[in-house]
Design a protein around this ligand. Structure first.
Ligand SMILES: NC(=O)c1ccc[n+]([C@@H]2O[C@H](COP(=O)([O-])OP(=O)(O)OC[C@H]3O[C@@H](n4cnc5c(N)ncnc54)[C@H](O)[C@@H]3O)[C@@H](O)[C@H]2O)c1
Ligand SMILES: [Zn+2]
Length: 368
């Protein structure tokens, strides 16, 4: 199977992303091939990865060179306590800056590990081996690291690019279907914000992608990574352009928060609902054409993606929804900042609306 290599070239670091099958068979070899030398490494590994794969991975590392920490990945554990735990393991084992922290897991494991690596002795080597679709197309690229606090999600963190990302599609085989949809939501988002031809590809091949069929799965991951690469290289620190990655997320975050981040609605499902809300609103204010709106809406119907907020919310939730939308990080005034769609592949940034307008919009949606 071919391996694909993309180079991410940001102001702070230049690093490769390798995408392919079977990369886990010999990680030390891939590390040295990509000039990652280290005296020892701490491997932080999601404990949902199958034991057989873990054994295979660990056997390739010399025992004296590696320390292993099994991490239970959930949003509650994505906190400073887990970071402390990792830092203490590094300190106890006298890790140096030139040593390596390797994260093998989804976005949570990656965010916690990369944040720990960014503050350990002011930054040590970091390699990300993303094992969920979401992590392979989104969170492993671009250097956003962080943890949650009782005040909200991802409020403590840093920008810290990895030294290498190894995306092995073999990991996806054990991923629950809902988690595949979660990653797919971000792939779809990437196509809508920047690349019409990717959307056309997805519209033809989504079921093959969701069934992890080669070469469709690899192609969709590569396309998605290329978009994130483009954006991150132009705006590493989210001064402006990078905000387009939040398309659908203003609504999505409010949906998740209103349901108290319950399992009823996971992030990807919230993003899919958020995309529908954003395109419906874009249509309403005559920014998006009916033709493009229907193309997207029909994609949701064709592939049975969640598209109806009525399945999750009722009129009684309206106040809460608006409250969360008003708390969005992008807002700079009393108004609600939205990222909307002009056409498939083209975004409009920095549009602000009175909360009453969004309230009335959601109210109408919840009557349908
Ligand atoms: N840093 C960024 O730029 C960025 C971008 C997007 C999202 N995120 C963050 O990523 C997190 C979500 O990431 P995620 O969706 O990967 O969640 P996750 O890490 O919680 O993984 C989802 C679930 O799948 C399990 N899992 C992981 N790999 C598996 C595998 N190969 N087989 C079976 N099960 C497996 C995990 O244990 C977990 O239960 C959120 O915390 C979000 O804030 C970060
Ligand atoms: Zn997201």
């Amino acid at each position: 199977m071919r391996q694909f290599k993309l180079i991410i070239n940001t102001k702070s670091k230049k690093y490769p992303i390798i995408i392919g099958k079977g990369l886990h068979n010999n990680l030390p070899k891939l590390l040295s091939k990509n000039s990652i030398s280290f005296r020892k490494c701490l491997i932080v590994i999601d404990n949902k990865i199958k034991k057989k794969i873990i054994r295979k991975i660990l056997n390739k590392f010399k025992k004296k060179n590696r320390v292993v920490y099994f991490f239970s990945a959930n949003e509650k554990n994505k906190n400073q306590k887990s970071v402390d735990k990792i830092l203490n393991i590094l300190l106890k084992n006298n890790f140096q800056r030139n040593d390596c922290l390797i994260s093998i897991g989804g976005g949570i494991t990656g965010d916690v590990s990369s944040f720990s690596s960014s503050i350990y002795k002011r930054g040590m080597k970091f390699v990300n081996v993303p094992t969920t679709l979401l992590a392979q197309v989104d969170s492993s690229i671009g250097g956003k690291t962080g943890v949650n606090t009782i005040h909200g999600k991802n409020l403590i963190g840093s920008f810290y690019q990895p030294n290498l990302v190894l995306s092995d599609t073999d990991f996806l085989k054990t991923l629950p279907k809902r988690e595949m949809i979660c990653g797919y939501a971000e792939i779809l988002k990437h196509s809508l914000i920047l690349e019409k031809k990717n959307f056309t590809f997805l519209n033809r091949n989504a079921s093959k992608i969701l069934k992890i069929q080669s070469p469709f799965i690899e192609k969709s991951i590569i396309q998605s990574c290329k978009i994130k690469k483009k954006i991150v290289e132009l705006d590493e620190y989210e001064k402006n352009l990078r905000k387009i990655l939040n398309f659908g997320h203003t609504f999505a975050h409010a949906y998740e928060a209103t349901l108290n981040y319950s399992k009823k609605l996971n992030h990807g499902e919230a993003v899919l609902l958020g995309i529908i809300s954003a395109i419906t609103f874009s249509l309403k204010i005559k920014l998006l054409s009916k033709v493009d709106y229907l193309k997207i809406k029909n994609h949701f119907i064709k592939y049975n993606l969640p598209d109806n907020i009525n399945n999750y919310f009722a009129q009684k939730d309206l106040k809460k929804l608006i409250l969360f939308m008003k708390k969005d990080k992008k807002n700079t005034s009393n108004l609600i900042n939205l990222i909307l769609l002009k056409k498939i592949g083209k975004i409009r940034l920095n549009l602000n609306f009175k909360d009453r307008k969004i309230y009335d919009f959601l109210k109408k949606q919840l009557m349908n």
